[in-house]
Design a protein around this ligand. Structure first.
Ligand code: XMP
Length: 523
């Protein structure tokens, strides 16, 4: 595969994943420094024989405890290679254990959330980090180091854990109990920067323009004169993947767009226009509005909705794709987080790739090979890549949109009328966000239609209509999210606009829950 070439080529930082929810964020922070890095699980890491290109190793956090019998271990030899190592949370405990420290599980001393870190010794790792020897950090641990490992010094403490940051006296080996990769650690980014640039001394080597040229060259080499098909959803990932492949192989790329009738108002038409006129893609459209409506008739269960839509999509796509002769590849906009999520930290394949990137069992059934040109990139990097391909904001700045579309935002039964009501309300919401210049501050916003009717009064008459729920969240990758803080004025404005213009809705509510415990979508 073209995108695997970096594995042998680039100087890099390796992040060993011990299963933390936020390991991905470490990689993002390093990429933001324009340094190439890879996340590997233990199995992958153990296979490495040549360490020449590895300029630093980060051991992530994770749910395991070194106080148990069977805890994930790392080969001790890595500490003999003179490669700088930084252990975070579980990583710190593992380093401590390996070097003879003592770690204890303690329900009394556990720390979850914000803590104040107090400097004990100066260190390169903490350059420009403290203010008056203090800084706010984010903790999430139950185990704590209670005896320093041999040849280590203590760099910092919190009120609940004495050895919160440690450093080897001779080697470049560091451990920190808190999480510098999350934004709640006030200057966490500075620690990652100090480690990567000052301690590992790796040169900046990750530039999107260079990557674009490399990927196009690799695609040309891989695909040669072979034909490729691609399902275009109108979202950022599949669009950038298609434009990129089109640059490499031109007329041999055939795109298929399925109109499920479950997209936002005018979305299908406007995306199609951009693909055809602006990006000159070869697009075949399938109008399947009625088919989807029929299949979804009276279906209320969210999982059944998802399954029906997924299966129907594959069936239609497959039928159309067979009309193209001699197709060898299926293009997908799989991203790096999908790849990371699809392998567990212990190494077993869990196949959790999101459904929109994964057109079901299609590749196998049609004997197609997969081509995934974005599989080393994060979403923001894909947007930058799109920009460097000359693509514009209407596609690149779009909020994420789920594969099953409005079907999972119309709770309960899906009818033509309910789709229409929701499309109208959602259109007003999104346009108002754009008008008030809020759209780009928000990670994802949408309107949903609740299957409940409530009483209202309009003019002098009683109404009995649906409730519209509005959601807007800020997030880095959709794994966690917080509500967007609208002003009261905005909330009043949007409620008035929706109720005054959309017949069928007489009440608007704003969802203030975060993820977790809620999810971003309702179904
Ligand atoms: P949740 O609801 O799980 O959503 O918090 C996280 C992100 O994933 C999107 N999402 C989907 N995307 N197919 C998709 O393509 C799906 O079935 C699907 N379900 C959720 C959701 O919009 C959010 O961005």
């Amino acid at each position: 595969m073209p995108t695997n070439s970096n594995f042998t080529r680039k100087n890099k930082i390796i992040i060993i994943d011990f299963g933390s929810q936020v390991t991905k964020l470490i990689a993002r922070r390093i990429r933001e420094l324009k340094v190439y890095c890879e996340i590997l699980n233990l199995q992958e890491f153990k296979k490495i024989r040549n360490f020449d290109k590895i300029k630093g190793i980060i051991l992530s956090g994770g749910p395991s405890t070194v106080t148990s019998k069977n805890y994930p271990k790392i080969q001790k030899e890595i500490f003999l290679k003179n490669i700088p190592v930084l252990g975070i949370c579980y990583g710190l405990q593992l380093i401590s254990k390996i070097f003879g420290g003592k770690i204890k599980k303690s329900s009394k001393k556990r720390e979850f959330g914000q803590a104040i870190l107090i400097e004990k010794e100066r260190s390169k790792l903490f350059k420009n980090f403290y203010k008056n020897k203090r800084s706010n950090v984010w903790m999430s641990h139950q185990d704590a180091v209670i005896k320093l490992p041999k040849n280590f010094i203590n760099l910092a403490s919190t009120s609940n854990s004495k050895f919160t940051a440690i450093q080897h006296i001779k080697k470049k080996i560091f451990g920190i109990q808190f999480h510098p990769e999350v934004t709640h650690t006030e200057k966490g980014y500075q620690i990652i920067k100090n480690f990567v640039l000052d301690i590992c001394r790796i040169k900046k080597n990750w530039f999107i323009n260079t990557e674009k040229n490399r990927i196009i060259k690799d695609l040309k080499n891989l695909l040669k004169k072979d034909k490729v098909i691609c399902a275009l959803s109108g979202g950022v990932d599949s669009s950038v993947a298609a434009v990129l492949i089109n640059k490499a192989i031109k007329k041999n790329l055939k795109c298929i767009m399925v109109d499920t009738g479950l997209l936002r108002k005018n979305e299908f038409k406007s995306s199609l226009k951009i693909f055809k006129n602006r990006y000159k893609l070869n697009v075949k459209i399938i109008n399947a509005k009625n088919v989807f409506l029929k299949k979804l008739k009276n279906i209320k269960d969210p999982e059944r909705k998802r399954k029906i839509i997924g299966n129907q999509f594959i069936r239609l796509f497959e039928k159309e794709a067979r009309k193209f002769k001699n197709v060898k590849y299926l293009a997908q906009g799989t991203l790096y987080p999908d790849i990371i999520e699809s392998k567990s930290f212990s190494g077993s394949k869990t196949s959790k790739i999101k459904s929109h990137h994964n057109v079901g069992g299609l590749p196998k059934r049609m004997k197609l090979k997969l081509v995934e040109p974005l599989k080393e990139l994060f979403k923001d990097e894909v947007r930058n890549l799109g920009r460097s391909l000359g693509m514009g904001n209407p596609i690149l700045q779009k909020h994420p949109f789920p594969g099953p579309g409005l079907a999972i935002r119309i709770l309960g039964k899906i009818t033509k009328n309910r789709i229409k009501i929701l499309q109208e309300a959602d259109d007003i919401y999104i346009n108002t966000l754009k008008e008030k210049k809020l759209y780009n501050n928000i990670w994802q916003a949408y309107a949903a239609l609740l299957p409940l009717k409530t009483v209202g009064v309009m003019g002098d008459s009683r109404t009995f209509e649906y409730i519209c729920l509005l959601r807007a969240v800020v997030s880095e990758d959709g794994m966690t999210a917080a509500k967007y803080d609208f002003s009261n004025d905005f909330l009043s404005l949007i409620s008035n606009r929706i109720i005054n213009s959309v017949s069928g809705i007489n009440r608007v509510v704003y969802d203030i829950t975060s993820k977790p415990p809620s999810t971003i979508e309702l179904e």
